[in-house]
Each structure stands twice: as C-alpha cells, then as structure tokens.
Design a protein. Structure first.
Length: 364
C-alpha cells in the first residue's frame, strides 16, 4: 500500500504561517463553502505536555490567540511579532524546555486547510525526547558544487511547478533511492545525471557536510543528495544517524529519504528502534516522517511490527492528533500490529487493547 494513499503529504511545515495563496489575501479567514480556495484554520491542538491542551491555550491567551490566527491566515506581517509574544506568554507561565508552533498546510486540491499544533517538551523529558547532537561548528567545502546544484534543482523545479509544467510529469528517480521532483522533465534531467555522478565521486567530503557543516540547510541538502549514492546500506547508516541532528530540517530530510527506502527498496535494511523513538520527538514533522517510515517497515517485517507494538502508547497518542498525517498513519499501523478493526475515533477500545497487552510487549 502506497504511503500517499494513507494521507496526503504536507505541502509545508513551518514555524510561522505560510504566505497566503494568490488571490486570497483580502478574503475571510474562515472558509466559506462556496470558495474552498480560501485558507482557514481547520484545527488547533497541542502535543508534549499533560499540562497543556487547546482549552488551556485559549484560556491563557484569550483574544490574542484569535487575533494571531486571523492575521496569520490573511498574511498580515504583524502576525510574526504577535506569535513571538504569545509564545513567550505561554512559556513564561509553563517554563517548557522547548516550545514551537507547527503550522501545516496540506496538498489538498480545493482545500487550503491550515492545521496548527503547539509542540512543547517538558524539562524532565528533554533527554528522552531531544537526544540530539550538539550544533556543528565547521564549514566544510561544497564538494563539486553539489549543495549549490541541489539548491538550483529545487528552485528550477518550483518554478516549473508554479507554471504547471510538472502537473502531468511522473516523479521518478532513475538510479536514486529518493528524489523530490523527479528528473523526467527535460530541465530536471541534467540535475539527476549530475547528482548520480558527483555524489558517488565525493562520498567522504559530502559526508563531512552532512555531519559537520554549521549550516542546517547545507546539511539538509546533503541528506537528500545521499539518496543518489550507489550503496543503500551506507546511505541508511548515515541518515539514521542524522535523525539525531539538532536541526529539524535535517531530521525531516533524513527520515523522508528513509521512508522511500523502506517503501520502495525493502531489500535495504533499516534499524527500526531509532525510527520508533522519533515518534515522540518534539515537532510534528519529526513524528509524521517517523510514522511514514515505521508504516512501511511494519508492512511485512515481523521485527518492525514487534518494535511498533512496544511503542503502541506513542501511536495511541498520535491517533488522537488533529494532524491527519499523524492520526491517519498511526491508525494504519495500529490496525496492522493489533489485528483490530476499531474505528479511528474509538479511543477507549484502542486503549483497552493496549492495556491488555502483556507487559513484556510494552516498552513502558
């Protein structure tokens, strides 16, 4: 079963609101039935603390929350300062180790729904939920201009996409384990050829960029580029390690490549435990990508199903998420490992199944 059929992949995942869709800047922030092209807030939830919930957030922030959401949806520049103010207000009260808004917009034709999650980490949970490496401090050279070439590839593909030139072009990655936009379009084909050649010629210097470069964007680009390396086992080793990168973009990119490897290259083995641990990482993007990888691994691998069962408590928490790329995939995994057909909203039945699991099958 293709992952994309479970739930649509996110178009954006940002710390602040995405730019408003063209032509919608002056429309209402609530989505009228007859104009589905208007961006609107579809949901607001929280993750990471029993002290926090949507009602609690609304009580603490009051009208400031509604004002921020309205300004954010309509693209008002003052939303940025207001977001900083309400975030500080929440953290001054609760003293979290980490706090960030995850603002997601999904690729759904005719529906510009925006789903907002307040992600937090309690101080006592930092070691478990944020087991990240220190920030790198070096500046390794860009080998064969690969990082710059990747940036050019993305810019070219986005320009083609905005012109509608990729609408009917299938995304295929000849010779690669993953690629963002494919290389079938004539303007994208040369990039694929360059990446396949130069990544394999520059393994060690590109590895240095991935692990040591102080710029997260460069490390994130390197994570994507390693999908063009010929030895899948080495790619897995490198990218599983970067699940602990301090930059969320790098973690996201590493997990995204691992997801494609798990789904389309099952002969390349991926260790399940580091993936399952990321189910409870700080951000929506961490948890969503970890779910996709675990879903693909658990499709036919008994060991992956065993590890997924050990982390069923985290899956149950994600089942209740308002983010569809979390709740939908968590539900699919739970059905697979449990053999149950409870509805996704039958939380009590799912909790009952979990409570009846033998203690040795639970991580906690």
């Amino acid at each position: 079963m293709c992952l994309i059929s479970v739930v649509s992949a996110p178009l954006r995942a940002e710390e602040s609101f995405p730019a408003p869709a063209l032509g919608t800047e002056k429309k209402s922030s609530k989505a009228p039935v007859d104009t589905p092209d208007v961006p609107y807030i579809a949901s607001l939830d929280t993750y990471g603390s029993e002290r926090l919930s949507e009602p609690v957030v609304r009580k603490v922030l009051g009208k400031e929350l509604d004002e921020w959401l309205k300004k954010g949806v309509t693209g008002d520049p003052s939303a940025v300062a207001l977001q900083k103010a309400i975030t500080k207000k929440l953290n001054d009260k609760f003293k979290f180790e980490f706090i960030q808004w995850s603002i997601m917009q999904y690729l759904q034709p005719g529906d510009l729904a925006i789903r907002v999650t307040l992600d937090v980490v309690e101080p006592q949970d930092k070691k478990r939920r944020m087991p990240f490496y220190p920030e790198p401090t070096e500046s390794p050279a860009d080998p064969a201009g690969l990082i710059k070439k990747w940036q050019d590839y993305q810019a070219t593909a986005l320009e083609l996409g905005n012109k509608g030139e990729l609408d009917r072009v299938e995304i295929k990655c000849p010779g690669a384990l993953h690629c963002l936009f494919g290389h079938l379009h004539p303007k994208l084909k040369p990039f694929g050829e360059y990446f396949s050649r130069e990544v394999n010629r520059n393994f060690e210097p590109l590895k240095a960029v991935l692990q040591k470069h102080k710029n997260g964007d460069s490390r994130g680009a390197a994570a994507f580029l390693f999908a063009y390396y010929k030895d899948g086992a080495k790619v897995v080793d490198l990218l599983v390690d970067r699940i602990r990168d301090p930059d969320s973009l790098v973690r996201n990119n590493a997990l995204r490549v691992l997801g494609d490897i798990a789904e389309f290259h099952p002969n390349v083995k991926i260790p399940v435990k580091p993936i399952a641990e990321a189910l409870d990482y700080p951000l929506v993007t961490d948890r969503s990508k970890a779910l996709f990888v675990l879903y693909a691994l658990a499709e036919s691998d008994e060991q992956a199903q065993k590890v997924a069962t050990e982390h069923a408590k985290a899956l149950l928490q994600l089942l209740s998420s308002e983010q569809p790329n979390q709740s939908g995939v968590a539900y699919a995994i739970l059905r697979r490992i449990s053999g149950k057909n409870f509805a996704p909203t039958e939380f009590d039945k799912w909790k009952g199944w979990y409570n009846r699991l033998p203690a040795e099958k639970k991580k906690d």
